[in-house]
Design a binder for this molecule. Sequence first.
Ligand SMILES: [Zn+2]
Ligand SMILES: [Zn+2]
Ligand SMILES: [Zn+2]
Length: 274
Amino acid sequence: MLGTGTSAGVPMIGCDCAVCTSDDPRDTRTRPSVLIRYSGHESDAPPRQFLIDTAPDMRQQVISQGISRIDGVLYTHAHADHIFGLDDLRRFNAVMKTAIDIHAEPMVLASLRKMFPYVFTPENNINPSFIPTLIAHEIEPNQTLDFFGATWTPIRLMHGRLPILGFHIDFAGKSIAYCTDVSSFPPESYPLLQNLDVLVIDGLRFRHHPTHLTIEQALEQIECIQPKQAYLTHIAHDIKHADVQPTLPENVFLSYDGLVVNVGDTHARQDGGI
Ligand SMILES: [Zn+2]
Ligand SMILES: [Zn+2]
Ligand SMILES: [Zn+2]
């Protein structure tokens, strides 16, 4: 879990609440992103690593986790808190000496082209400059993608009225789903959420929000989806980790930045990272 905070991050600029001033590292939350890592088919290759989203804090996130190469980026949607780290992908180009594949829905790719014209239409740049080299691929819900032996399937989620994507990842008999920024699941998406080892799901805060699940709503969805373990993410400053974690069911956890969830061992509580 690279970043587990809501769009403003925690602490928020100009807030002196108990969570924004907490000295518990689990109460410091950068903008939402996750790294999915698995060993591919090739025994001599390094583990495959995919970013879901490029948060504004992506640079600090990957540096703190020692990540120096990635095999691709998948985007959930084009909100600022999920894309504004895109420029920093150029360092991976430089280190890996290759272009980077990015995968998103056509509408999201159109937004990226609009927000980063210097990246996608470099011929218009006044000076030659160090920009990311990206190869854009269109994806759509329910289309299965094979990335180095893992099956990725985009899941349609509703983020208020905005249709966005979550991702189901199936590898070596284990399956996980990452569903951030969701306020409801269309009925046709539930089949992709069966028999999950791990579900990562939006759990913003206790108060209602028009485009995110509250903690209570997330727990209702978890009850219905029945994953072995669930992790809440996109967490606002209303949630003090040490106070809220003990109130959750035993297979439901608040995520925190740096948390490593080992999907090969979902029987025990995960305590990687911090
Ligand atoms: Zn968001
Ligand atoms: Zn605060
Ligand atoms: Zn969003």
